[in-house]
Design a protein around this ligand. Structure first.
Ligand SMILES: Nc1ncnc2c1ncn2[C@@H]1O[C@H](COP(=O)(O)OP(=O)(O)O)[C@@H](O)[C@H]1O
Ligand SMILES: [Mg+2]
Length: 254
């Protein structure tokens, strides 16, 4: 692990906006094939951090390297799949089928000169199979349940064949049964496809067995290297204002 180039290498990152400090001296590394979770209170800066990793927001100071390159020199954005917060909250009359949506995942690698080819079709098909939405392909996205939409949004991200998948609180408004199925799919992506997963969530208890490390972001970052040893993490969470029993509740279910 130590000798590998991290996918993300973040050093002394600071971000202030309108005189308010949002992120303070964040340093962390995310390695290939890891499954990590990011937790933290609302407004703690989780989404802001992700936006910076994707080059959508510029840090006030600090450095971000992606696959060993400075962010400004990095061009292979298709390697990073991103599912934003509220991605699956679409209008019920949104005029696109599931297939249309997943095909959009290929567009980042398309230019006006290249058309949608055999390889694109195969990747879109594969992504739909992996997320178990193939049988929904001709349905209008707006008619699906929250859990189904969520899987479609991940399939769209997978269609670019990413090495890392970043999910920003994808579970809001999804029922418990769908969530469990969703967690199982993520575990498979990580363990069998070796896709690195960065999962921003409030529900870390149910994935505690899957994740390698836990980051708490509340302006500052605290890294917990063993999420299963919940004691230190609980203390950390209490300290940082996160509901500690989120971590505790699910502990005895396994
Ligand atoms: N571009 C921006 N302009 C104004 N405020 C911002 C901007 N980016 C982030 N913030 C502020 O940063 C804080 C952290 O927000 P956010 O990253 O969304 O937290 P989280 O995702 O952990 O809930 C909030 O107070 C938000 O208002
Ligand atoms: Mg957020």
């Amino acid at each position: 692990m130590k000798f590998k180039i991290p996918i993300f290498d973040i050093k002394n990152l600071n971000f202030s906006v309108k005189g308010q400090k949002v992120l303070s001296n964040i340093s962390l590394e995310i390695f290939s094939s890891e499954y990590i979770a990011i937790i933290g209170p609302n407004g703690g800066g989780k989404t802001t951090l992700i936006r910076m990793l994707l080059g959508l927001e510029k840090p006030t100071s600090g450095e971000i390297k992606i696959f060993g390159k400075k962010l400004n020199d990095f061009k292979e954005w298709y390697k990073i799949g991103f599912v934003p917060q509220r991605a699956s909250h679409v209008d019920s009359s949104f005029p696109a089928t599931v297939l249309d949506i997943v095909k959009m995942g290929r567009s980042s690698q398309k230019t006006i000169f290249s058309s949608f080819g055999e390889q694109d079709r195969a990747l879109v098909h594969d992504a739909m199979v992996k997320m178990d939405v193939l049988d929904l392909k001709d349905k209008m996205i707006g008619t699906l349940s929250g859990g189904q939409r969520q899987r479609v949004m991940i399939a769209r991200a997978l269609a670019s064949k990413p090495e890392i998948l970043i999910l920003d609180e994808p579970n809001t408004g999804v029922d418990m049964a769908s969530q469990k199925r969703f967690y199982a799919l993520l575990r498979t992506l990580n363990q069998e496809e070796k896709i690195t997963i960065v999962f921003i969530t409030h529900d870390v208890g149910v994935i505690a067995d899957d994740i390698a490390r836990l980051f708490t972001i509340n302006q500052k970052a605290i890294i917990c290297n063993n999420p299963k040893q919940t004691l230190s993490c609980e203390e950390m969470s209490t300290l940082y204002g996160i509901d500690a029993h989120l971590l505790h509740n699910h502990k005895h279910e396994h």
